[in-house]
Design a protein around this ligand. Structure first.
Ligand code: COA
Length: 159
């Protein structure tokens, strides 16, 4: 089941994200960052257990970032990651956001979700102000991809 995150989910989201961050496959998030941004988060619940999360963070009038997409290893390859991306797209559409971007080490997964690779320099300067706060700046190695919601409006929510 997919739903918006609640306060009770935050410590589980923290563990899910930071267990992956410890393996260097995604960036870590602090508890305070998660509490402050709780309204960005969706979670996936399977058998009463939180097994996945994703966040949609609004950047600017025409731009949102999808971040912290994670699915528990034992539940991967069941379509949960794709569903989490889909629900973020749906919310971005509702908010009338034109474009979503992601910075990721798994571009192939996001390509399967309809995103396309772009040069980092083509993203607005606003994102760099966030990047400079990151301990991996400037050599994070993350690959930027975008998804244009207007162009893909007629295609439903499947991609
Ligand atoms: C990346 C991740 C979220 C994918 O979650 P998932 O639930 O396994 O993904 P899905 O089952 O929805 O897969 C959707 C599609 O992407 C493909 N895919 C999934 N993970 C992939 C990967 N690592 N590399 C390439 N393709 C991948 C699947 O084969 C599937 O393809 P299909 O539609 O042709 O069947 C998950 O592997 C994960 O949590 N990884 C660790 C954290 C991470 O790297 N997060 C991304 C940070 S931005």
């Amino acid at each position: 089941m997919l739903r918006k995150a609640t306060i009770d989910d935050i410590e589980k989201i923290y563990k899910l994200i930071n267990d992956f961050a410890a393996k260097n496959v995604m960036l870590p998030r602090s508890l305070s960052e998660l509490y402050e941004n709780i309204r960005d988060f969706f979670v996936y619940i399977k058998d009463d257990t939180l097994v996945g999360c994703a966040a949609l963070h609004i950047f600017w009038k025409d731009l949102a970032e999808i971040k912290s997409v994670a699915v528990l290893e034992s539940c991967q390859h069941e379509g949960i990651g794709k569903k989490l991306v889909m629900v973020c797209k749906r919310e971005a559409r509702k908010l009338r956001i034109a474009k979503m971007f992601v910075l990721t080490y798994v571009p192939e997964f996001f390509e399967k979700c309809g995103f396309r690779r772009v040069e980092k320099e083509t993203l607005p300067h606003k994102i760099w102000s966030e990047c400079v706060k990151c301990h991996k700046f400037p050599d994070c190695g993350e690959i930027p991809l975008i998804y244009e919601l207007n162009k893909n409006n007629g295609r439903g929510t499947a991609s």
